[in-house]
Design a protein around this ligand. Structure first.
Ligand SMILES: [Zn+2]
Length: 232
């Protein structure tokens, strides 16, 4: 991989799992007798906003108790030392990449630690609950919602992601199931562009066959090992 200059990295739930952040799927798919899909949609928010806000208040509180792991720290080290372009596109809504020290991070599915005001469209850093309808820090309207992309909503900054892929020499997918589009399509896009593709995952994913190379193992082992190769 000596000619690699520009890298796009996609991370998913698998990189945060060893930090104790469970996914919707690994949690059994249920929360207080509700299917998680039913608390993570704009329709659910319209129907029962208190239910949805309580669910996200709980998740927002939970992630603040978690810590970045060796995989997050390894990617932060790569970010710090890599001279070419690098973009860490994450499907995760936790802040563990950033807390590990990574700077070039794009949250395509939003962030737990932000609230989005649907009156003034400003996104504010947010740590506390939203259930009690706090005022927007900018316009004072009590119209804040989690700044998380719900099922049926468009992921953020797709144009930027595709732009970075067009410039990239290497696409790396870490800890993603290959099941959620549009992220699942990035590897196909990378192949069409003639980019090298590498998958780092706990087990083979639905998209594994599309990668030039797959390395299997816990993220806290395979990610630091790969980063060490890249910045040696
Ligand atoms: Zn506002």
């Amino acid at each position: 991989m000596s000619q690699i200059r520009n890298i796009v990295i996609l991370t998913g739930a698998g990189i945060s799992a060893e930090s104790g952040i469970d996914t919707f799927r690994s949690a059994g798919g249920l929360w207080e007798q509700h299917r998680v899909e039913d608390v993570a949609t704009p329709e659910a928010f319209g129907r029962d906003p208190n239910l949805v806000l309580r669910f996200y208040d709980m998740r927002r509180a939970a992630i603040q108790e978690k810590l970045p792991n060796a995989a997050h720290f390894a990617l932060a080290e790569l970010d710090t030392n890599w001279k070419g372009n690098l973009l860490i596109v994450t499907q995760n809504v936790d802040d563990l990449h950033t807390r590990a020290g990574a700077r070039r991070v794009l949250h395509m599915h939003g962030e737990h630690l932000k609230a989005w005001c649907t009156s003034c469209d400003v996104r504010s850093y947010w740590r506390g609950p939203l259930l009690d309808r706090p005022p927007c820090p900018v316009c004072q309207a009590r119209t804040l919602r989690p700044d998380v992309v719900w099922f049926g909503e468009m992921p953020y900054r797709m144009g930027e992601i595709y732009g970075a892929l067009r410039e990239a020499d290497l696409f790396v997918s870490i800890g993603t199931s290959g099941a959620v589009y549009p992220a699942a399509g990035f590897v196909q896009n990378a192949r069409e562009l003639g980019i090298q593709t590498l998958e780092l995952n706990l087990e083979r994913s639905q998209g594994s066959a599309l990668f030039h190379e797959t390395r299997l193992g816990p993220a806290t082992e395979v990610v630091p090992a790969w980063v060490a190769e890249m910045i040696k």
